[in-house]
Design a protein. Structure first.
Length: 345
């Protein structure tokens, strides 16, 4: 009982804080986009059309001089940042240059053709302030020879335009803008994965919250992925408008700017509802993590997807904040990845 109460109170307090200190920061007006007039894909209601055309493999520009100061604390990895231009242009130059970080394992000989190049591509949640979760992941995985690659999602972390806060513009626009951001995020992730696959990496995906939705959506589109591990994914971005917690108020505000028939809105959101489609990854290689006391994301939707797809699922007696920012779930995910690839530290 106390465990649930603590988790609920923490989610509610932090949700209120994020809503007012991030999503309503400086009370910026909504971004009013008319992207649907020039990009018919946005209004298609079809998964493959919405996320078309298939992007080209990104040309990753590595920038070793941007390596973080924490490099000295990593004995098992060389850390480098990279960037590449997004295939979607939103008019915000900071956002349209994709950023990422690569923890390159130094514990195996990558010149040997017989050694698989295992790599985890990871995406964080809607308000990303740093790399703590992925530092944790890399500390567990790189000693075993696994690279970790982090993608900054659109309008998040280092892709945040000046004058805004991370994640603010993910939700800070009308429906056209929000659809464009969702499309851009998945296409950026797809482009990154194609680049790494071209170099011989065997790719598994890890996503946290909004990043977990991105990785599950990628699994609907991209061939030859090894696995997807999704921590508290918002698997239904249509019904979350009615069922989500405090933070979802920012999304509702944008969607409600141009009221439309509910059936029409549901049709437009079909590509964003994971359960509407079939994964290209074997469902035995998909693992969903549910926070039982989650006040941000409806847990029963994740449970329903796990049942529909017959995937692995794990329940945690935690709230959303604890599950997505604390060490417990990431530690289990790290162990599951090592077991999946039959690796030992």
């Amino acid at each position: 009982m106390m465990r649930r109460l603590w988790s609920t109170v923490l989610d509610e307090i932090l949700g209120y804080y994020l809503l007012h200190r991030f999503f309503y920061y400086k009370k910026h007006p909504l971004i009013l986009s008319n992207a649907g007039e020039t990009s018919s894909e946005l209004y298609s209601g079809d998964l493959n059309t919405f996320f078309s055309p298939t992007p080209q493999a990104a040309r990753l520009e590595y920038q070793p001089y941007l390596s973080p100061a924490s490099q000295s604390t990593f004995d098992s990895a060389q850390i480098e940042d990279f960037q590449f231009p997004s295939s979607i242009q939103t008019g915000f130059f900071e956002n349209d240059l994709v950023k990422g970080r690569h923890w390159k394992s130094t514990t195996v000989d990558r010149t040997a053709d017989s050694i698989p190049h295992y790599t985890v591509v990871a995406v964080d949640g809607i308000v990303q302030m740093g790399v703590r979760s992925f530092n944790r992941l890399a500390r567990r995985l790189t000693p075993a020879g696994v690279d970790v690659v982090m993608l900054d999602s659109p309008f998040n972390y280092r892709r945040t335009p000046a004058g805004y806060r991370p994640g603010q513009l993910i939700a800070g626009g009308n429906l056209d803008h929000q659809l464009t951001v969702a499309r851009q995020g998945v296409l950026d992730l797809w482009s990154l994965i194609l680049a790494l696959q071209k170099e011989g990496h065997q790719i598994g995906l890890v996503g946290i919250s909004h990043g977990a939705w991105m990785t599950l959506t990628a699994a609907l589109l991209i061939e030859q992925l090894e696995f997807v591990m999704a921590i508290t994914p918002p698997v239904d971005l249509f019904h979350i408008l009615e069922e989500g917690g405090t933070v979802v108020k920012a999304i509702r505000r944008g969607v409600a700017h141009e009221p439309m028939d509910r059936d029409r809105l549901e049709q437009l959101c079909r590509p964003l509802v994971v359960a509407n489609w079939t994964a290209k990854v074997p469902t035995s290689a998909i693992h969903l993590h549910v926070a039982d006391y989650d006040r941000f994301i409806p847990s029963f939707r994740i449970e329903a997807l796990a049942e529909l797809w017959k995937t692995h699922s794990s329940h945690h007696p935690l709230g959303h904040i604890e599950a997505t920012t604390g060490p417990k779930v990431v530690s289990q995910v790290s162990s599951d990845i090592l077991n999946f690839w039959n690796l030992s530290q």
